[in-house]
Design a protein around this ligand. Sequence first.
Ligand code: GCO
Length: 260
Amino acid sequence: MKSNSNSSLFDLAGHTALITGSSRGIGFALAQGLAEAGAKVILNSRQPEVVDAAVSRLTALGLQVEGAAFDVADEAAVEAAFAGFDQRAIAIDILINNAGIQHRQPMVDLALADWHRVINTNLTAAFIVGRAAARRMIARQSGGKIINIGSLTSEAARATVAPYTVAKGGIKMLSRAMAAEWAQFNIQANSIGPGYILTDMNEALVNNPTFDAWVKSSNPAQRWGRPEELVGTAIYLASNASSYVNGQIIYVDGGWLSVL
Ligand code: GCO
């Protein structure tokens, strides 16, 4: 990604980021954080009214954001969205594949349709959107940044979330596959692996005293993470500070995976 002449190492001014699934939770925090670091940010969700509400919240803070409502798992919708960016001369040089859903059920009871739904949204969508973004980054010869959001389950499995676990393991390897093919075009593709973060998706877990106690006793920080605690790692991977970092996954997990 070409740096601006006078930009600091972590300054995102002059760059445009698309963050999928960014109307709430981790995606919304990353959108706010990258916008505050100077990027123009495009927020995404499937529902237009949901995107508009998120855009309004950040616009009210004086941040340079806009919305793009499309289903990241729908190839035609993704291609149409990127065609729209092309028509408006919007050059996305930072992509964060954050969109994800969760489905908690033992595998023996799991319907194939639910397996496919999670894999499609949490993994295949990152390929579809990443391919659309990379085609344009390569054509522009401008380089770029792709950040795929993984999970602790990119590394270790938890019972009853098999499709999510498999998808997040795939996300880690998708970043490496992207690095293998696209690093030569000055595109850096990496992953962030959040620990247990206080988000809407995890509300049921936070409110479950047994699960809450497990999270607090299983990581040395002895607490849940906050979405905004992922912003620094995202800015690092989205900036020139990581211009020679490829195919890595950075766990932001309080130390969970590093201790027995
Ligand atoms: C679950 C949670 C996890 C977290 C996160 C942990 O049901 O175990 O949803 O999947 O969201 O991915 O890193």
